[in-house]
Design a protein around this ligand. Structure first.
Ligand code: SDX
Length: 429
């Protein structure tokens, strides 16, 4: 028996079905609303609005739960690897040994960029933000695969998936190499995913570059933690752009652009810049927090707060623990970590943050590890792209496979001028 919600309006009653998800979340299906009552809903920021049914990632914001295809993020962080998690997100099940090996091989075969793609980088200013470069080059990649872009062809979509997972780390590393005037290196197919990225980023043709296993493991963990997060801003962008049936490269490029914003993935860069400002100006953490609470001050406590989590972001807890472990193993101290821990302690005792249920999110500590492993600050959000890529593709794939899929086209409530006649320019006031 389907549960119902009743809407009474203008003397009429409309019964709307209430649907329930596998975790007992409920939603009113308003598909009939406009046809039956001539009404639409309005929900700025989609705070109360579901865009789709999805079986990929479950978040319980009140309990601080995050699961990929039912597996708790804590277990995946502890026991899995990024490419295994990518397969899980894409296919819905953990891979067998043979499936994982074949997946790794598929990706390894596509890590090189077409030699003509490498020429794009030289056209960018040295100080170009790497997120701009990534969005541009990922979008342009589609021009090299003109006959493999049909979003409804499973074989072509799988090939595009492998190409993106393989090439985006190369694109990211080349954006960094371009910014420092160093030569691009070729990927090394004998290295694992994270190690190959470190090689592309930090090796030079002049000498052997030794991959630190502690650093490679930390990077793989961070990629797992960023892999998917249900219908966040950039994922919803990928779905909306993808709903027009444009190719996957263009949809992913739009996700990169959305993620760049400082309220979204760009927050990891903003957090470190905030911590560096506190340190360089010798600011007192407590006083700095006061400015974050001041409505007249645009500053926010970056890396804090979340649309869904009204409890700890489980990813932040894992990353904070990893910060101490990685810095300890690398034998390095990091003043940023000390400042971040102090800010967290003070904020979590402050009624402004408590009453608004503002806790550290995934971006609060991630930059400290990126910094410890040598990633430059303006590459932090690019690291988020590398992690979120399998999530974006999985969500795009789920949408493409949905028999009820339609182009996304929200309505609006018009508040502009009502009808009026054109006035010739010589008669205007
Ligand atoms: C990510 O959606 C996802 O899943 C995203 C993500 C993912 O994996 O894809 O988790 C990744 O984007 C994490 C969020 C990274 N962004 C930041 O750290 C930027 C700082 N945080 C905020 O800007 C904010 O918390 C958001 C953008 C994350 C959430 O914004 P909401 O849900 O629209 O909440 P809001 O802005 O309406 O805030 C509610 C109240 C407001 O105060 P009042 O108007 O009620 O007085 O809380 C205040 C806000 O001013 N507030 C903050 C704050 N975050 C919210 N005040 C100070 N510092 C903050 N960080």
């Amino acid at each position: 028996m389907t549960a119902k919600a009743e809407l009474h309006y203008d003397g009429r009653t409309l019964e709307l079905p209430v649907i329930e998800g596998s975790e007992k979340e409920r939603a009113i299906d308003i598909s009939a609303l406009r046809k039956e009552l001539g009404l639409i809903t309005l929900d700025p920021g989609y705070v109360n609005t579901g865009s789709c049914r999805s079986a990929i990632t479950f978040i319980d914001g009140e309990k601080g739960i995050l699961r990929y295809r039912g597996y708790p993020i804590e277990q995946l962080a502890e026991r899995s690897s990024f490419l295994e998690v990518a397969w899980l997100l894409l296919h819905g099940e953990l891979p067998t040994t043979a499936e994982l090996q074949s997946f790794k091989e598929d990706i390894r075969l596509h890590t090189m960029l077409h030699e003509d793609v490498k020429r794009f980088f030289g056209a960018f200013p040295k100080k170009a933000h790497p997120m701009a470069i990534c969005a541009a080059v990922i979008g342009a990649l589609s021009t090299f695969y003109q006959n493999f872009l049909d979003p409804n062809d499973e074989g072509q979509s799988n090939l595009s998936t492998h190409r993106l997972l393989a090439k985006v780390p190369t694109i990211a590393a080349y954006a960094f190499k371009h910014s420092i005037g160093q030569p691009f290196l070729y990927p090394r197919n004998d290295l694992d995913y994270a190690s190959n990225f470190l090689h592309l980023m930090f090796a030079t043709p002049c000498e052997e570059y030794e991959i630190d296993p502690v650093v490679a493991k930390a990077l793989d963990l961070l990629l797992i933690l960023h892999a998917d997060h249900e219908q966040n801003c950039s994922t919803s962008t990928v779905r909306l752009v993808g709903s027009s049936q444009v190719n996957l490269f263009a949809a992913i490029s739009s996700g990169v652009a959305a993620l760049w914003g400082p309220l979204h993935g760009g927050a990891n860069q903003a957090v470190i810049e905030m911590l560096q400002q506190i340190e360089s100006e010798g600011l007192d953490g407590k006083r700095f927090l006061e400015s974050c609470k001041d409505k007249d001050d645009t500053r926010r406590l970056m890396g804090f707060g979340h649309r869904v989590y009204k409890n700890f972001d489980p990813r932040a807890k894992i990353i904070k623990k990893a910060c101490f472990e990685v810095l300890d193993r690398l034998g390095t101290k990091n003043k940023m970590l000390d400042i971040a821990v102090e800010l967290e302690e003070v904020a979590l005792q402050d009624d402004y943050f408590i009453s608004r249920k503002l806790y550290p999110n995934v971006d609060f500590y991630s930059g400290i590890i990126y910094q410890a492993i040598g990633i430059p600050v303006n590459m932090f959000t690019v690291m988020f792209v590398l992690g979120r890529l399998p999530g974006w593709i999985s969500q795009w794939k789920e949408m493409q496979g949905d028999a009820s899929k339609r182009i996304g086209r929200p309505r609006q409530v018009y508040t502009g001028a009502t009808e009026r006649s054109y006035v010739p320019i010589d008669e205007r006031g």
